[in-house]
Ligand binder design. Structure first.
Ligand SMILES: [Mn+2]
Length: 388
């Protein structure tokens, strides 16, 4: 036990598929034994996690009979109770079975779309029965390789129709459930519709009940597109749309690596944690990642420990940043206030426009002024490397 030991109040969660990942990749088979859902709940509880998340078929096999389903759910519920764990988020597997090879909600085939809706309603029932308050939609197969196959505008319309249908279903059932949509630019499809946080935020505003729907941004997914993840999360936070978050690590512009949180781009991870903590994000911190393929089950638990530990170390570093005299002094210099100008700009009026038009600005002097960001950034590096 030390200052970086996770506790329930930190709200760390893991998908059953994360610690359950067996290391299969497109070029090689499984390398680890199964971690059963009950084993995951027990071990994650012991490590200090708050809860778990699941796809319908992480728990209930696709071919389970209703009797089998009920038995599995009962045993899993008991495990959650026994180990003081919550089921925080549920989602639907709409990507594994070959029926979804050309998409689920955006498939050209109405039968596939109808089956995807049927499966989603059942999966929502399951998640709610287990106590979930958040339901994620990751459209992993909602995309194309062959752009001749469908009009992408029609695909968006179908996507909207399906999400609206499920909004209607949740309201009709009087479930207390919010939706969080998870963008990704590609993989497993060549190109996936609604590829980043900004695209998803715009789509959400066109839904029947935009207030019920937010985003579930993932570090790896924005980094695959070479984007700044903290900026994407900031836009979601500022819009009141950060309902859930998938934390992991990823080298820019590569295949989907889903690495241990903070294991790559430590500065990016730091500014992400700082953003979440500075803005009092109170949702779950979900690690959607998996252990290196080199690991056995012990390595999986080291991976889980590492995700939470790194988050807590970076949270402490964020606190130190906010109290660091030299950093705060530099910030005060580069973030000047001007009450008169700020008031003028805060709202348009003909009077304000008139005053602004007549203002004199010494743009030569303003343009010449150095900002000291080299010093500021190095102080951050010193802080992160433990020599500040
Ligand atoms: Mn994810």
């Amino acid at each position: 036990m030390d200052a970086y030991t996770p506790r329930k109040e930190h709200k760390f969660t893991f998908g059953l598929w994360t610690v359950g990942n067996r290391g299969r990749d497109p070029f090689g088979d499984v390398v680890r034994d199964v971690v059963t859902p009950i084993r995951a709940v027990q071990k994650l509880s012991e490590l200090g996690a708050y809860g778990v998340n699941l796809h319908d078929n992480d728990l209930v096999p696709l071919d389970a009979t209703p009797t089998e389903r009920d038995r599995i759910v009962k045993e899993f519920k008991k495990a959650l109770d026994d180990y003081g764990m919550k089921l925080v988020m549920g989602t639907t597997n709409l990507f594994y079975h070959p029926v979804f090879k050309d998409g689920a909600f955006t498939s050209n085939d109405p039968k596939v779309r109808a089956y995807a809706l049927q499966k989603s309603m059942q999966a929502i029932d399951l998640a709610v029965e287990l106590g979930a308050e958040i339901y994620v939609f990751w459209g992993g197969r909602e995309g194309t390789e062959c752009d001749a196959s469908k009009d992408p505008a029609d695909a968006i319309k179908r996507y909207r129709e399906c999400i609206n249908f499920l909004i209607g279903y949740v309201k009709d059932q009087k479930y207390s459930l919010r939706f969080a949509m998870e963008p990704k630019p590609n993989e497993p499809r060549g190109d996936i519709f609604l590829p980043n946080v900004g695209a998803m935020l715009a789509f959400i505003e066109t839904l029947d009940d935009p207030d019920m729907v937010g985003v579930n941004p993932e570090v790896a997914h924005e980094h695959m597109a070479g984007l700044n993840f903290a900026h994407a999360v900031a836009q979601a936070l500022e819009a009141g749309k950060l309902f859930h978050i998938d934390l992991n690590a990823q080298k820019l512009n590569r295949f989907d690596q889903d690495l241990r949180f903070g294991s790559e781009d430590i500065k990016g991870a730091f500014f992400l944690v700082k953003l979440l903590e500075d803005h009092d994000y109170d949702g779950p911190r979900h690690f959607d990642a998996h252990a290196y393929r080199t690991e056995d089950e012990d390595g999986v638990w080291e991976f889980a420990r590492g995700c939470m530990r790194t988050y807590l170390i970076l949270k402490e570093k964020a606190r130190q940043f906010n109290e660091h005299p030299a950093i705060q002094e530099l910030l005060a210099q580069v973030q000047p206030r001007d009450a008169e100008l700020e008031s003028l700009m805060s709202r348009y009026s003909p009077q304000n426009a008139q005053v602004l038009r007549q203002k004199q600005f010494d743009i030569e002097a303003m343009g010449k002024k150095g900002l000291g960001y080299e010093k500021l950034d190095q102080l951050v590096i010193d802080l992160l490397l433990g020599v500040a």
